[in-house]
Design a protein around this ligand. Structure first.
Ligand code: HXC
Length: 257
């Protein structure tokens, strides 16, 4: 497929999506949203892909929704046409998504990172929800995922003031898993992605599903979900293989069955 705003590549069992609108700091316009969602769901349907990395440039992961495009829109465009509805499909991607963030991850860019399962950040990363400065509020999950990630009070300060936070602060707050020197960000993301992709795909799906339940349900319901998903892994060849490999003191070779 030909893409206009992203670069797409497969390396072994890892799918790579690089946001590529340098002239707009990777602002999420309608084409980019359609393409990121399209490329992610295409990777997701491919059993040869075990993890997906989403990254931007050294200067920007993504500086938010495309303000020049949004400036022309009214209430009815947002409500009826909902240019961001593609993200609902993105949220249903079962393959683990790793956001490798350097530079700005603002507004919709921060929200895109938060829709991923893991956020790795370069020391140059800057996160924020500056929508308040534009006379709007976050619209693709920022007011919901940020407080769940970093707590209500810190999220409120960021959303209400529009202040940006650097990588150190983001790590302390629990938004990101790790800070990596900028020059090593992509190698580190590749390592994390390859590690995940080497595990059993259906078991990885089950783990991601259960982790998502933790974000979306109460504790008792989440524990019940986990119990069922855990039991279900015992129906897999890969459970037998994983445990046999441990017993035999060798590396497991998963068949993704
Ligand atoms: C469109 C953008 C853009 C954006 C940057 N650009 N961000 N275009 N939408 N979100 C464009 C600039 O207009 C400029 O192009 C070029 O990218 C380089 O940006 P500069 O501003 O010149 O760079 P710099 O001075 O380094 O400043 C970087 C920056 C700033 C601090 C990130 O660009 C900025 O504040 N951007 C907007 C961040 C923001 O408010 N994001 C939230 C968007 S609202 P030209 O051609 O003009 O020189 C949102 C809502 C989500 O995301 C929810 C929707 C439902």
């Amino acid at each position: 497929t030909e893409y206009e705003t992203i670069l797409v590549e497969t390396r072994g069992r890892v799918g790579w999506i690089t946001l590529n609108r340098p002239e707009a700091l990777n602002a999420l316009n309608a084409t980019l949203v359609r393409e990121v969602v399209g490329a992610s769901t295409t990777f997701d349907r491919d059993p040869g892909i075990g993890a997906i990395v989403i990254t931007g440039s050294a200067k920007a992961f993504a500086a938010g929704a495309d303000i020049k495009e949004m400036a022309e829109q009214g209430y009815i465009d947002m409500y009826l046409n909902d240019p961001f509805r593609g993200w609902a499909e993105f949220e249903r991607v079962r393959t683990p998504l790793i956001a490798a963030v350097a530079g700005f991850a603002l507004g919709g860019g921060c929200e895109l990172a938060m829709m991923c399962d893991i956020i790795l950040a370069a020391d140059t990363a800057k996160f924020g929800q500056p929508e308040i400065n534009l006379g709007v509020i976050p619209g693709i999950g920022g007011t919901q995922r940020l407080p769940r990630a970093i707590g209500k009070y810190k999220a409120a300060e960021l959303v209400l003031t529009g202040r940006l936070m650097g990588a150190e602060e983001a790590e302390r707050a629990g938004l990101i898993s790790r800070i990596v020197p900028a020059a090593e960000l992509l190698d580190e993301a590749a390592l994390v992605a390859e590690t995940i992709a080497s595990k059993s795909l259906p078991v990885v799906y089950a783990a991601k599903d259960a982790l998502q339940a933790a974000q979306e349900t109460g504790l008792a319901e989440g524990i019940r979900f986990e119990k069922q998903a855990f039991a279900a892994t015992f129906a897999l060849d890969d459970q037998s293989e994983g445990m046999a490999a441990f017993r035999d003191k060798r590396t497991a070779h998963f068949s993704h069955r």
